[in-house]
Design a binder for this molecule. Structure first.
Ligand SMILES: Cc1cc2nc3c(=O)[nH]c(=O)nc-3n(C[C@H](O)[C@H](O)[C@H](O)COP(=O)(O)O)c2cc1C
Length: 261
């Protein structure tokens, strides 16, 4: 394969949360990363996305507090807020005499896809430069505050912050659901109830091994029961939290002009 280096970057990438705070990412490299984001595919080439590079310490501090004080963020040299942004597109249309309603779930969904593709391009580009990155999604839980902090216009929503920096150490890659689970042919192949648990066991086992925790069989089974698939997620995403965040986000999407009443 011609670009085997690039494939290797993709297959060995893992999120980095241990940055060298004394090493800055040179502006020229940052620019290349942002250009990689700009070059991502886009539905209709509308490109409903904006990247805000945060340099101001006050702005950083305010965002940091919203992101549950994830301390490693402060060591990352670069913060890029990736926004789903239809504002520019709608403004340009209006200025050229076109009055059309490009709001609702369709442009919203395209926009999320567009922004995510740009985000991943930047993740890969950063890795290719020997940097590391991690996506911080918490901003989506506080859309109104983030809008105020970043002075976002209508039809603009901050989706994530990409923190980039030089890694102090790179952990082993995380376990994922296996190839046979994720990939189907021709039609959706539902997974048997018994297989779901076996596959989950397998990937949890690999994930633990990666963090240096090789548990004896009995211990591993106990660990699995304590951290059963639903339990660990439902602890974080409690019913009350999901409900209130959904409501907050829905309100915001309406107020921002993405969705109608
Ligand atoms: C939308 C999104 C939000 C995320 N938010 C956070 C976050 O707030 N904090 C964090 O440490 N990692 C966050 N991550 C990184 C994931 O935890 C990470 O991708 C996942 O554990 C898989 O690990 P890997 O990236 O090393 O494969 C986020 C990733 C995505 C895609």
């Amino acid at each position: 394969m011609k670009n085997s280096n690039l494939l290797n970057v993709i297959l060995t990438r893992t999120s980095i949360r241990d940055f060298d705070k004394n090493r800055k990412v040179p502006e020229e490299i940052l620019k290349q990363i942002l250009l990689a984001g700009i070059r991502a595919p886009s539905a209709g080439n509308i490109q409903p996305r904006t990247f805000i590079v945060v340099k101001d310490d006050t702005v950083k501090e305010l965002l940091y507090e919203l992101c549950e004080n994830q301390t490693f963020m402060k060591d990352a040299s670069v913060w890029i807020v990736v926004c789903l942004d239809l504002h520019r597109h709608l403004k340009a249309a209006k200025l050229t005499g076109v009055e059309y309603d490009f709001t609702g779930i369709l442009p919203y969904t395209f926009g999320v896809l567009d922004a995510a593709l740009a985000l991943e391009n930047m993740v890969i580009a950063a890795d290719a430069f020997g940097l590391g990155s991690v996506i911080i999604g918490s901003v989506i839980e506080h859309p109104q505050r983030v809008k105020e902090i970043l002075k976002l216009p209508e039809n603009c929503l901050a989706l994530s912050i990409l923190c980039v920096g030089y890694p102090l150490k790179k952990p082993a890659i995380r376990g994922k659901w296996g190839y046979d689970v994720i990939v189907c042919e021709d039609r959706y192949r539902d997974i048997e109830a018994k297989d779901v648990l076996d596959y989950w066991r397998e990937f949890m086992f690999n994930d633990l091994k990666r963090s240096g925790k090789e548990l004896a069989r009995e211990e591993f089974e106990r660990f699995l029961t304590e951290r059963s698939y639903g339990r660990s997620y439902s602890r974080h995403y409690t019913e009350a939290f999901v409900k209130s965040t959904n409501e907050k986000l829905m309100e915001f999407l309406k107020a921002q002009g993405f969705l109608k009443e």
